[in-house]
Design a protein around this ligand. Structure first.
Ligand SMILES: Cc1cc2nc3c(=O)[nH]c(=O)nc-3n(C[C@H](O)[C@H](O)[C@H](O)COP(=O)(O)OP(=O)(O)OC[C@H]3O[C@@H](n4cnc5c(N)ncnc54)[C@H](O)[C@@H]3O)c2cc1C
Length: 471
């Protein structure tokens, strides 16, 4: 079902029935299944009796992206190409700035549909398209369960304030959105000069060779991108990890979580698909509840942060109480101080932290509990909280496959007090929540986690984490 609340008209330009096609600019939601924007494009094309063109624009040097991110994304594009061909849509894959490519194709279109994005620069791409397109541009929110501006129109202070608002609305939005068959199943590639592809979405290696990007962070040896892989991971999660998730999700070595955050980041799978599939597992209601809390409430809280806090990616965007408290302790002595290079190469005195850093650098992922510990220690071991914030966010976005995402900003902010409350005052942290290695030892089999990451390091670099990472 495509709910009206997902749809926003971005300009007051006309729909031009004499356009050559309806354009769906696929940017955020790189999938066909449960994609409300694609469904909106199909409906409009059918209504106007026009073919549907789907555009994907691939730019060089996407901000902060590395070879790791490009590889994962391009792996997914092949799945999308095959699925769109089956549906009967024309897929145009072009190199260049996606925003400009969308404007260029809009010149021949009857109207344009785009999926909604949540970060500042992606929002500005859509605004630019709305201004420069001669025809109507419609944006469809399809990567959140509840459209981002519906439950709240202001920055929420914590999960506890957003939760009831989301709970009130989510039933209406937790429904499938099957695709209407395309009426004019015509491949119209090549019929107009703009309707050409200049890279082959099925040739990942070939495209990667042409792309200009930071090649110092290699593809993940563990994660392969794409909607097909996302479905496979979902299947194994439901079968073997969801039962026991509520208890087991925090244990770092157990891998009892879905590992689906990179797929959510590229829109390879819809959060609605995950929530509906989990809800079908009737025998484990507490586990489903816990999963859905993370997937919907926590994730959508981060999106609320990015939409309503203009400084969402800056230290200045943290809550005032947190900045005040950190400033009061900024000159407290630090027992350990590390440079960014020492941290990056996992060369600290703390083998738990080093293991977490190595997991991130080598695989593009880190267990959630370790992410919390990891960030808190960067705060403790940096010269200033501002420097710690910059370091944490830079590592997060450089190495994580799920980085460069609303969750990146919401959660790095959490390390520094965002969406949290004041705790007992202590050195360096002030009233910011503190974590230490004793907690890891008390709660978890943390040595097992360290061994696990050491095995990964040996397999991929030939050396244990204790020798430091070559970055
Ligand atoms: C310092 C720090 C940095 C983080 N950076 C990112 C990031 O860049 N990108 C990112 O997607 N997540 C980030 N997280 C949140 C969380 O750690 C990851 O989403 C989670 O570990 C992904 O693993 P999973 O898919 O197996 O999670 P699961 O436990 O299977 O959860 C399912 C989904 O719920 C969402 N989710 C889970 N935990 C959280 C959370 N705490 N906040 C918001 N959503 C959540 C994710 O989309 C996740 O894929 C960060 C957390 C911390 C503490």
């Amino acid at each position: 079902m495509l709910q009206d609340a997902r749809v926003r008209i971005l300009n007051d330009k006309p729909v031009r029935p004499d356009g050559r096609f309806v354009l769906y600019w696929m940017q955020q939601s790189q999938r066909t299944r449960l994609n409300h924007a694609l469904e909106a494009g199909i409906r409009k094309a059918n209504q106007l009796d026009l073919p549907l063109v789907v555009l994907f624009g691939l730019m060089d040097d996407y901000p902060e992206a590395t070879l790791r991110h490009y590889t994962f994304m391009l792996e997914g594009l092949g799945d999308v190409a095959r699925a769109l061909a089956d549906l009967g849509a024309t897929f145009v894959t072009r190199r260049g700035h996606p925003r400009d490519l969308a404007v260029s194709l809009a010149q021949q279109a009857a109207c344009v549909v785009v999926d909604r994005a949540y970060l500042r620069h992606l929002r500005s791409w859509r605004d630019h398209l709305a201004d420069h397109s001669p025809v109507r541009v419609v944006e469809v929110d399809t990567d959140l369960v509840v459209p981002v501006d519906l439950p709240s129109q202001k920055p929420e202070v914590a999960a506890r304030t957003l939760r009831p608002r989301i709970h009130r609305l989510w039933k209406e939005f937790l429904v499938d959105c099957p695709l209407t068959p395309i009426k004019r199943r015509e491949a119209i590639l090549g019929r107009l000069p703009e309707l050409r592809s200049d890279f082959d979405p099925l040739d990942v290696e070939g495209t990667l060779k042409q792309i200009r990007c930071d090649r110092t962070v290699l593809a993940s040896p563990i994660f392969r991108g794409g909607p097909i892989e996302a479905e496979a991971r979902l299947g194994s999660f439901l079968k073997s990890k969801l039962p026991g998730y509520a208890e087991g999700r925090n244990e770092p070595y157990a891998g009892q979580t879905s590992g689906l955050s990179p797929y959510l980041q590229y829109g390879h799978i819809s959060p609605i698909r995950l929530a509906l599939a989990a809800a079908d597992v009737k025998q484990h209601p507490a586990d489903v509840e816990s999963f859905v809390e993370e997937l919907i409430v926590r994730r959508e809280l981060s999106h609320n942060h990015c939409l309503y806090n203009p400084r969402y990616d800056a230290y200045e965007g943290l809550p005032d109480w947190a900045k005040r408290s950190l400033a009061k302790h900024a000159s407290d002595p630090r027992e350990h101080l590390y440079t960014r290079a020492q941290l990056e190469s996992a060369s600290t005195h703390d083998r738990y932290w080093n293991a977490a850093q190595a997991e991130m650098v080598l695989t593009g992922y880190m267990h959630n509990y370790m992410r919390m510990y990891w960030g808190k220690k960067i705060l403790e071991w940096s010269k200033s909280p501002e420097e710690a914030f910059a370091t944490t966010l830079a590592f997060n976005n450089r190495y994580f496959l799920d980085g460069l995402n609303a969750n990146s900003y919401g959660n790095v902010g959490w390390i520094f007090g965002l969406h949290d409350r004041p705790w007992i005052e202590r050195p360096i942290f002030g009233q910011i929540r503190y974590m230490n290695d004793k907690g890891l030892e008390r709660k978890f089999d943390i040595d097992r986690y360290v061994t696990q990451i050491d095995d990964i390091a040996r397999a991929h670099t030939g050396r244990p984490v204790s020798k430091g990472l070559l970055v």
